[in-house]
Design a protein around this ligand. Structure first.
Ligand SMILES: [Zn+2]
Length: 223
């Protein structure tokens, strides 16, 4: 018998018919527009600047407390794109403040700035869950993020035969990861199938565990 659990997708840019996915809204480009859907809200690091923050801060803050908004982000630091590191970090700290004030998890985009992200975590003493989305970095970085209580979220990169990433995905504790399809148009079920295979569990088992995790991290705290 097939378990009736959905494919939870914690970060997507391609809304589907699912009610168990978080649609990313970079406020500079789009806003939540369907009361039955679930969203994360913020300014993507590529668009983050003192100017864009000044313009959009109050809009982000207003949406942040909306019940359809389950998380703050994607936010973070990207060394390869966007404005200066200092500027991105300052805007990231603002997102952290908002996430803590409305008690919602952070969805984090990080490219070559993991030390800075961990520093921000220590400095801010943030109490909400931090989820590093689209994780595809090294084992030592995974270990350090996990040691600081960050969740890892795996996306389509896992499909492209990357042994080091498969090893991380195989050994990450069951209660410390999520699955997403991000900006890939591939169905989330494909990524579940691959990760179930890597972890030697059934797809149904993975669906159940991530469904429980979804409730624990995103929903039950509000009940
Ligand atoms: Zn994304």
């Amino acid at each position: 018998m097939k378990a009736p659990y959905p494919f939870v997708n914690i970060h997507t840019h391609h809304p589907s018919i699912s009610f168990h996915e978080i649609i990313n809204c970079d406020i500079v480009e789009n806003v939540p527009n369907d009361d039955k859907k679930l969203y994360s809200i913020g300014i993507h690091p590529w668009n983050a600047s003192y100017l864009s923050w000044k313009k959009w801060q109050s809009v982000v803050e207003n949406y942040a407390s909306h019940p359809s908004v389950l998380a703050i982000g994607e936010t973070g630091i990207d060394i390869l794109r966007g404005t200066s590191k200092t500027e991105q970090q300052d805007i990231f700290l603002e997102h952290i403040r908002i996430a803590d004030s409305c008690n919602k998890p952070l969805i984090i985009h990080c490219v070559r700035a993991f030390n800075e992200i961990i520093e921000c975590k220590k400095k801010s003493k943030s109490k909400v869950p931090w989820i590093i989305h689209g994780f595809s970095s090294r084992q030592t970085i995974a270990d350090e993020l996990l040691a600081h209580g960050c969740f890892l979220s795996f996306g389509a990169a896992i499909l492209y035969n990357r042994p080091h990433l498969e090893k991380i995905c195989k050994t990450v504790p069951e209660n410390m990861f999520f699955i997403e399809n991000d900006d890939s148009a591939l169905p989330i079920s494909l990524i579940y199938e691959k990760i179930a295979d890597i972890r030697s569990v059934s797809v149904e088992y993975l669906q159940l565990k991530l469904y429980e995790q979804w409730h624990r991290i995103f929903l039950d705290k509000n009940m």
